[in-house]
Design a protein around this ligand. Structure first.
Ligand code: WQD
Length: 337
């Protein structure tokens, strides 16, 4: 297939590009590099040995994507990764998030409609559930009021997509609700790139281990969970990449449109357990400090994976230890080790 990836130089996008190329698909890789590095395309080539067609452009600019793809038809599908994802930044700079995340999606959908591109896989997030009433959380769980503009853009994005599919049933889409993506490609050549101080747990943890940070602050150990720390569903980014290929295949004969799927391991892991697991891999003890809770944090969430297993034939194959070992290797690569 000929597939367009928006946000192809990003964390999930780059790992999905590797998988698509390894399966022999032709990929048009689009990124504005506002949240990535120019050396990523070369790293991906080092892994796959295959050239993607790279286009540097801001898809949120009206008409740019359409003009770029008009002469590259036919295109079988688009995987739309391009979006900003830093929860805290979205609170301080909401318009940056509404413009990029929502204008970008509208441009992608408009381009599909006009150029007859039939399939879309949309990156959503478990953040749409907020603090779910029941665990594990299924795709039928209701949206909870978003606690950040980032979360709002994921809920609004899903609604924009649903309304567009109603008006244009010739489009077929999957919505993938990611839980917590972590880890890196086992080669150590690509992984999660963080600009400034990481807000996410695992990059901050590995930066502490490499000595870039003094200690890992654990935000709250007074939650009503077994060890008092929050619980999450940490999924290896390579498993997440595989799920996108399964989603494209599903769209050949979708049972529902859009197909909405939780993409997680189905296992809840606490922050403390993640730290303990890392320590057992590292062979040392990470310096941690227990501090007060972080505003907006969900206490505990993990996925019910029955639907994605049944309809996409996908389940996570890599363990938490695999993901932490791969994240640690990536951190060492970044430090030039
Ligand atoms: C996980 C847990 C923190 C940092 C967000 C978005 C989600 C997705 C992933 C984009 C929480 C604790 C963290 C630290 C800590 N975004 N923590 N010390 O908030 O679950 O999800 O990022 O893909 O859509 O909502 O991820 O990694 O920030 O936090 O104790 O230095 O780790 O309190 O309990 P989160 P996270």
């Amino acid at each position: 297939m000929r597939i367009v990836l928006t946000g192809a130089a990003g964390f999930i996008g780059s790992h999905t590009l590797v998988v698509l190329q390894e399966l022999g698909h032709e990929v048009i890789a689009i990124d504005d590099f506002s949240n990535s590095e120019p050396h990523i395309p070369g790293r991906i080539f080092q892994i796959t040995g295959k050239e993607a067609e790279w286009m540097e452009l801001d898809i949120a600019q009206p008409g740019l994507l359409k003009n770029a793809l008009r002469n590259r038809l036919p295109i079988d599908g688009i995987i739309h990764f391009a979006a900003f994802k830093a929860v805290e930044e979205s609170v301080h700079n909401p318009l940056k998030y509404y413009r990029n995340n929502l204008y970008g999606l509208v441009e992608v959908l408009d381009c599909m409609r006009e150029l007859n591109i039939p399939k879309l896989v949309f990156s959503s997030s478990c953040t749409v559930y907020g603090n779910p009433d029941e665990l594990p959380v299924t795709e039928q769980a209701p949206f909870r009021p978003a606690v950040s503009p980032y979360g709002e853009t994921k809920q609004m994005g899903e609604r924009i997509l649903m309304d567009t599919l109603k008006a244009h049933p010739e489009l077929q889409a999957c919505i993938l609700r990611y839980f917590n993506p972590i880890g890196a490609h086992p080669s150590g050549l690509i992984g999660e790139l963080c600009r400034g101080v990481p807000s996410n747990l695992i990059p901050y943890l590995t930066q502490t281990a490499i000595g870039k940070r003094e200690r890992l602050r654990i935000f709250g150990n007074d939650y009503s969970t077994p060890d008092g720390t929050c619980i999450r569903d940490f999924i290896h980014v390579c498993d997440l990449a595989d799920a996108h290929v399964r989603a494209l295949n599903y769209l050949d004969s979708p049972k529902e449109n859009p197909g909405i799927f939780n993409v997680g391991t189905g296992k809840g892991v606490s922050v403390q357990e993640a730290v303990d697991t890392f320590n057992s891999i590292w062979g040392k003890s990470l310096p941690v400090e227990y501090v007060s809770r972080r505003a907006g944090d969900v206490e505990q969430i993990w996925s019910d994976t029955q639907k994605i297993e049944r309809d996409l034939g996908w389940s996570a194959k890599r363990s938490l230890a695999d993901a932490l070992a791969d994240a640690w290797r990536w951190e060492q690569t970044l430090a030039g080790h």
